[in-house]
Design a protein around this ligand. Sequence first.
Ligand code: BDP
Length: 692
Amino acid sequence: EDGSRLWLRYKPLTGMQKEKGNTFSSIVKDERSATLDIASGELSSAWKELTGKDISSATLQDGSIVIGTTKSKNIRSLLTGKELKDLTDDGFIIRSVKKGNRNYTVITSAEERGILYGVFHFLRLVQTDSFSDNLNIVENPKYKVRILNHWDNLDRTIERGYAGYSLWKWDELPNTLSPRYDAYARANASIGINATVLNNVNATPEILTGAYLAKVKALADVFRPYGLKVYLAVNFSSPKELGGLSDSDPLNPAVNKWWNNKVKDIYKLIPDFGGFLVKANSEGLPGPQDYGRTHADGANMLADALKPYGGIVMWRAFVYNPSNEDRAKQAYSEFTPLDGQFRDNVIIQIKNGPVDFQPREPFSPLFGALRDTQEMVEFQITQEYLGFSNHLVYLSPMFKETLDSDTYSDGEGPTIAKITDGTLRSGKVTAISAVANIGEDTNWCGHHFAQANWYAFGRLAWNHRLTSEQIADEWIKMTFSNNKDFMNPVKDMMLSSRETTVDYMMPLGLHHIFAFGHHYGPEPWGDVPGARPDWMPWYYHNADSTGLGFDRTMSGSNAVSQYFPPLNNIYNDIALCPENLLLWFHHVPWDYRLKDGKTLWDGLCYKYDTGVRQVRAYQKLWDRMEEYVDGQRFREIQSKLRVQARDAVWWKDACLLYFQTFSKRPVPYDIERPVHELEDLKKIKLEMKHHN
Ligand code: BDP
């Protein structure tokens, strides 16, 4: 197996499961549409593989699976109107219904795509040993828009992409349609993802030319029956660059007109187009501030153009400039004064942390602080700062850490999940996004285990109450095996992997000490002459003879003040600050005593060592799994783990040897000694594309 089938492998059922599977007899629908055809096609082909049985006949009989919208006659005859009222948006019902002496399984939704979600959910139950003939399930998604952000360029390279070139073959489009477009849309439908931004946030105006829009339309047409809506990232200067206008000032009527016309053209081609994602006045990209206007002016102009068609603007809050203000504070400083000024079809897209997708950050203080503005989280599935597609890192615990964070915006309780999913703040739009890790590689994500992160994002976007363990459980059973002797150890490995990576990369709140540009290996010593200080590791770690860490307390940058009480006080007080964020908020003396009594220096050494030992344990664990996994995937994962183990040692040695030049203290004698020379590590130059 090469991993191309993802979690949709439909391995033959055995024993009791197979018997149960055989009680299903046919698939019945009384409506016609491309989406329903996909739903019934998926069911019948899955059933063939699962049980060997053909259930494609459409006769209503004992054991039928009846699918349809809430308007379908069949559905109406099997469920009452009251039961159907529980459904919202793309939600679905799966229910076992007895009528006379016949048993049916009903799968219904108000929306066609909801039926697809219901079918995939049902198949998930079958694949994970959790189905029966007594099902009673109502599921409604927590977010309306569950969206992937592709950072794909038009030349098919992918910014921070580690799974090959882009799936979108722009040069062949619109005429040639790769079969992977369908496969991609199907995989997303299987986990409830209903939206996708096709191109990089560092957008070129070219995407809005007629030629490219025709290509975008071709993709949108493929994705539509799978319930997947297309969005585009746009460059704020497009009116000037593409339309030949003298500027792109959002208050210039000619600019408004240009956007209105462009949007009209897009909707002519793609009537269900989703809207725009915008990175503006960020990392050198153009934006409304170029004309003395605000983010609100810029976002509202686009929102007004999209409004008549129901489109939305996802305006990013990832902004920072090389200034004297702590980078971690800047998005909050720029956006909070604009609260309440955005149109109701604008949503502010905020990275989970205040800096940039680090292995661990506190949550962005913008969550909760914007009270009259819709907010959404942006996660990063692609592992820009987590070992690319080489390291096994299961990201669900990291996503959950953010979503479950209590912002205390109104006393105890307003978690980021509750703020963004509409539970606590009413808004028209609710959304959640993540930067995709998908590319042209046969196994889609570069690392077989990286598929789990795509999967987990979809599942959490649907229901953020699921635990990381439940999600891992489902994924392992479907992707590999439901044998307990495989399941349990592999699940433990996945669940601990994020913390392990934090340990060997950046424990105790360290952040951004990556090599300049590619963000793969360690470079705490990094210093590129003339480069922006806020792109240099020393800006973040502040190592000196007294200690380590960024002082963001009231006597430092005062970033703590951006959090609601009691968090501001907790983060400000070195004794109360959670230890996993210690060096994020404090410059800590080398001899400071951690909670377990170790000094900071010793504690740091043990953390790095723990990280390394854990990866070694993963290697051993995986080798024991050989009998449960096909040869190809076993070997590929084995060799990735080898790379991860080497990298973990590299991280440990680089960071400890470098920080030791400041701490002047010995590495505790009971841990593994460094095997590298610091000077050799400094010479490592990876052949990788250099961005910031
Ligand atoms: C950073 C990446 C950079 C992106 C930027 C962004 O290093 O490539 O363009 O974020 O999110 O993480 O805009």
